[in-house]
Design a protein around this ligand. Sequence first.
Ligand code: G4P
Length: 293
Amino acid sequence: MEKETMNIQWYPGHMTKTRRMMEENLKLVDAVCEVLDARIPISSRNPDIDAICGNKPRMVILNRIDMADPAALRQWTQYFESKGLAVLQTDCKSRRGINGFVPAVRRLLAEKIRRYEEKGQSGRPLKLMIVGIPNVGKSTFINQIAGRKGAKAENRPGVTRGKQWVTVNPQLLLLDTPGILWPRFDDPETGMRLAYTGAVKDDILDVLTLSCHLMELLTLRYPEAIRARYQIEIPEEIDGYALLQAAGRRRGFLVSGGEIDDERMARVLLEEYRSCKLGKFTLEMPDMLEEAE
Ligand code: G4P
C-alpha cells in the first residue's frame, strides 16, 4: 500500500479554521506537546506554534530518534530546553523514550500539581494535547502512550469531532485526536526536506532535482559517510549533480550509449537516505535557525 504522506492543501481558510480549533482546545488543556521529526526539527515545526500556544507550558517530542544523529539530538535538546520547553526524545516504533513521558509531564506541570494539592485536589487529572504537522508520528505517539492500537488521526485540517479523552493513567488525560498543523510554505528548502524524509510526496519536484539537493546537503553535513558509501571523492566545490553522477558511475548505473542513469541513482540516494543505509543523519541544526532569525 502506498505510504500516506502529507497531501493536505492548506488553504488560508483551513488554516484559520485549524487555528480556531487549536485555540478552543487550548482552553481545555494544561500543556501542549509538539511532535517533531528529530531529523528535521526546523522544517517539521509549525511556523506559528509560539504565537498559537501563547504561555501554555510546552513539551517538544523529538520523534524518530532511531533515524537521527545522536550528537545533533543532544544539541537540539539543549536548544529547546534553553528556550524554556521540556524535551522528550522518542522512537515510537520501538517505544524508546515513551516511559519518560509521564514523569516529564509531571516535571513540566509541577507548579500546577502543587497548586492542586494545596487546594485539596491532589490526583486531579492533568490534560494535554498532542500537536504536529502531518506524518510526524502524532497518532503513533498517542497510541504508544495510551497503550492502544491502530487509531489513526484523519490527516485533514478542520475535521471536527466531539471531544474525547484518552486516559494514560488516572492523573493524565490526552485529547484523543492530535492537532494537525501546517508546515512552513514560504520556503522551498522546507518543502524539499519534508520530501527527503518522506513526509510529503516526491512529486513536489522531480526526483533528480530533489536528489541533487539532498546529495549537496548530505555531503556538506556528512562528507565521510557519502565518500565511504559511494566510494567517490568529495571535491572542495560541492556540486550535487556531479556527485550523483560519480556515485551512479561507481554503481555501474548506465544506460545504452554509456551514459549514467542519473534518475536511477537519484532514486537510490533517496531510498538509502530514508532507510538510514547511509547512517543516522540530521539535516538541520539549531545554528541554521539562528542564522535565519
Ligand atoms: P501522524 O499521526 O503525525 O500523521 O503520523 P503517524 O503516527 O501516522 O506516523 C507516520 C509514520 O511514521 C508511520 O509509518 C509510523 O509508523 C512512523 N513513525 C512514527 N514514529 C516513528 C519513529 O519514532 N520512528 C520511525 N522509524 N517511524 C515512526 P507508516 O509507514 O505510515 O506506517 P507503519 O507501516 O510504520 O505503521
